[in-house]
Design a protein around this ligand. Structure first.
Ligand SMILES: C[S@@+](CC[C@H](N)C(=O)[O-])C[C@H]1O[C@@H](n2cnc3c(N)ncnc32)[C@H](O)[C@@H]1O
Length: 309
C-alpha cells in the first residue's frame, strides 16, 4: 500500500520489534509522512503517547494533518533527532518504551524538485532537510576547497572518481558558480559518462546530502542518547539505507551489548563491561521481494533492533 507522501518500509517488522505496550510512550525520530507513526499510534491506548521528530517543516505539517484524529496523544517536534534527550526532558519525559529511526529522506522530499535532493530534477542546489539551517548543497559545491570535496565524495559516497570530479568542480566554478543540480550533473558527466554515470551521480548526491545534513554525526549522537532514555526492556529499531549508516548502527549495537571490552593487548585480559543492549536481530532484516516490487526505494533497507537491558 502506498501512502502518497512516502510508503513506510518494513512497517510490520517495525511493529514486531517495538513490541508496543498500549499505555507506553514512544518516539518516532523520523516522522516523514507519518506512516510508521500512524501504525504505532493506532496500537496505543488513549493513555499511550508518541513524540514525533522531523527536521523538515513540510513533513511535520503533512503528518499533523494525517494524524489529526490522534492529536491529543502526539507531540510533534521539528528538530534533529540527535536532540532527543534534551527535547524529551523539556517535555518532562525521562524514559520511553521504544524508539524508531527510519533514516534518510522521504520519497516526498526526493520527488519535490525544489528541494534539490534528486539529480533527476533540475533545481537550485539545496538538499537541506531543515530549511532553517544555513549550510546547503550550493555552499558545499561553491565554497569547499578541493581536498574537502574529495574527502566528502570518497567518505560519504565511496565514489572512485572523487578526485577528478572535485578538480573539475573547482575549475568550473572559477568561470561561473555552479547553481543547479543539472549544472552539477554536467560536471559529473564530463568525468564519468556512459554506463557508470547514473551510479556516480547517485553517489555524489548522497555524499553531498550526508554532508549538508550532518547525517552520520546526528545518527551517532542519537544512538547514544536513545539508550540513555530507553527504559529497561525498551526497544530501539533503526532502518538504514546505505552501508555507512548501517555500519554505525551495527557497531554501536555491538559495543553496547558487549560483556567484555577488548583490552587492545593479548597480555592484558579483556575488561568486564556493563552491557546496556541486547541485540534482537543477529542479521539485519531486509525487505521481501513483494515489498521491493511495490517500493523500489525499500530495496536497500536494513532494519536492526535491540532491547535495553
Ligand atoms: C525515510 S523518511 C521517514 C518516513 C516515515 N517513517 C514514514 O513512514 O512516513 C525520513 C524522514 O526523517 C527525517 N530525518 C532524517 N534525518 C533526521 C534527523 N537527524 N532528525 C530529524 N528528522 C530526520 C527526514 O526529514 C524525513 O522526513
Amino acid at each position: 500500500m502506498t501512502d502518497g507522501y512516502h510508503t513506510p518500509v518494513l512497517r510490520d517488522e517495525v511493529l514486531h520489534y517495538l513490541q508496543l505496550i498500549p499505555d507506553g510512550t514512544y518516539v518516532d525520530g523520523t516522522l516523514g509522512g507519518g506512516g510508521h507513526a500512524e501504525s504505532i499510534i493506532k496500537k496505543l491506548s488513549v493513555r499511550g503517547r508518541l513524540i514525533a521528530f522531523d527536521r523538515d517543516a513540510d513533513a511535520i505539517r503533512f503528518a499533523q494533518q494525517r494524524l489529526e484524529n490522534f492529536h491529543e496523544q502526539i507531540v510533534f517536534v521539528q528538530d534533529n533527532f540527535s536532540h532527543i534527550k534534551k527535547r524529551l526532558s523539556d517535555l518532562d519525559t525521562q524514559e520511553v518504551h521504544g524508539i524508531v529511526l527510519d533514516l534518510g529522506v522521504s520519497s516526498f522530499q526526493i520527488d519535490q524538485a525544489s528541494r534539490g535532493f534528486s539529480f533527476q530534477r533540475n533545481s537550485r542546489l539545496d538538499m537541506r532537510m531543515d530549511r532553517r539551517q544555513t549550510l546547503d548543497a550550493w555552499t558545499v559545491i561553491n565554497s569547499y576547497n578541493q581536498d574537502k570535496l574529495v574527502d566528502i565524495f570518497w567518505k560519504y559516497g565511496e565514489e572512485l572518481n572523487s578526485r577528478r570530479i572535485a578538480r573539475v568542480i573547482v575549475e568550473k566554478r572559477k568561470q561561473k558558480q555552479i547553481d543547479t543540480t543539472h549544472d552539477l550533473n554536467a560536471i559529473v558527466e564530463r568525468v564519468v559518462g556512459g554506463e557508470f554515470l547514473q551510479k556516480s551521480l547517485a553517489r555524489i548526491f548522497q555524499a553531498i546530502r550526508i554532508e549538508v545534513n550532518r547525517e552520520l554525526e546526528s545518527l551517532e549522537s542519537a544512538l547514544c542518547d536513545a539508550v540513555d532514555v530507553l527504559r529497561p526492556s525498551g526497544r530501539l529499531v533503526v532502518i538504514a539505507y546505505h552501508s555507512l549508516e548501517d555500519r554505525i548502527v551495527k557497531d554501536f549495537f555491538k559495543k553496547e551489548s558487549r560483556k567484555f571490552l577488548p583490552s587492545g593487548s593479548k597480555y592484558v585480559p579483556d575488561q568486564p563491561a556493563e552491557p546496556r543492549l541486547r541485540i534482537l536481530t543477529k542479521k539485519p532484516i531486509t525487505v521481501g521481494e513483494k515489498e521491493t516490487v511495490q517500493n523500489t526505494r525499500a530495496r536497500s533497507a536494513k532494519l536492526r533492533a535491540a532491547e535495553r537491558i
